[in-house]
Design a protein around this ligand. Sequence first.
Ligand code: 13P
Length: 340
Amino acid sequence: MDAHALNKTAKALVAGDKGLLAMDESTPTANKRFVATGIAQTEEMRRAYRDMIVNAPGLGDFLNGAILVDETIRQTTRAGIPFAKALEKVGIIPGIKVDAGAKAMAAHPGEKITEGLDGLRDRLAEYVKLGARFAKWRAVITIGEGIPSHGCLEANALILAQYAALCQEAGIVPIVEPEVLMDGDHTMERCAEVTERTQHILFDQLVRQRVLLEGVILKPNMVVPGLKCPRQNTNEEIADATINCLLRTVPAAVPGVAFLSGGQTGELASARLSAMNARFKGRMPWGLAFSFARAIQEPAMQIWHGEDANVQAAQKALVHRARCNVAARRGEYTPEMEKQ
Ligand code: 13P
């Protein structure tokens, strides 16, 4: 393991004010979003959509990295360039999602366990050849009556740590993503309690599995109330709850934290990230960035609608959201930016 190289890549992923774009939807998820938007669910359309993204003019000014999925990293853009190369060309580090999805966990009703460790060492070696320099693995934690259980938190943390160790062995920076879902009517305080417990158990396992903390990025949820909770907190309350949680759980050796959006609107995700960076400026030991999928892509996908004639307008919408999130990293996002 080359600790220096891993640390260098991890730092590069959260460097400056830029962030990450998750464009790693599995085929079923990509198809689900295409159905909702009225786009044909074919491999060619998925390729065309991702071609629109990586060729968006100026995207490299706002992103340090982009996460691809197995199908895309094996495809070429319409110009015949492999996707990973096309990203590198504009200064965006290519990454790859390597988990095989969250499945129902045996003996744990309502809870999930993420699969994909089998054969991972060989797959990582292949992804390195295809140009990936970092990876992502998502664990899913559900809040409900009597859940999450300790068994679910521990099993997912151990698997995330084993994945991370394998990545580092291959020279790939692992993004560890323990997502506490927004589904439900729980309060922000309950989300804070579950998120803190999840991350404590995760970092405990990362240390036990000898993962180099200087060579990982944490991709957490923001601490927010459930979508059906009658009391929806202010962005400032969410910012304070989220950072106070991270300050308790994430060692200073970790170079960066890059949030998932989890179903928040693009505007809310930007506003909340901005509130965190503004209120805690100079008090956080790690870079506080974004690794959004929906909160960056959603307007662009609606506009694109599967038609070549809409590519330019869709690219503009995509770059706009990326720009808003760069402003949020500086703590300078304002809703007025949406009118520009
Ligand atoms: P969202 O930002 O849409 O939650 O997706 C982030 C992600 O990469 C989930 O694994």
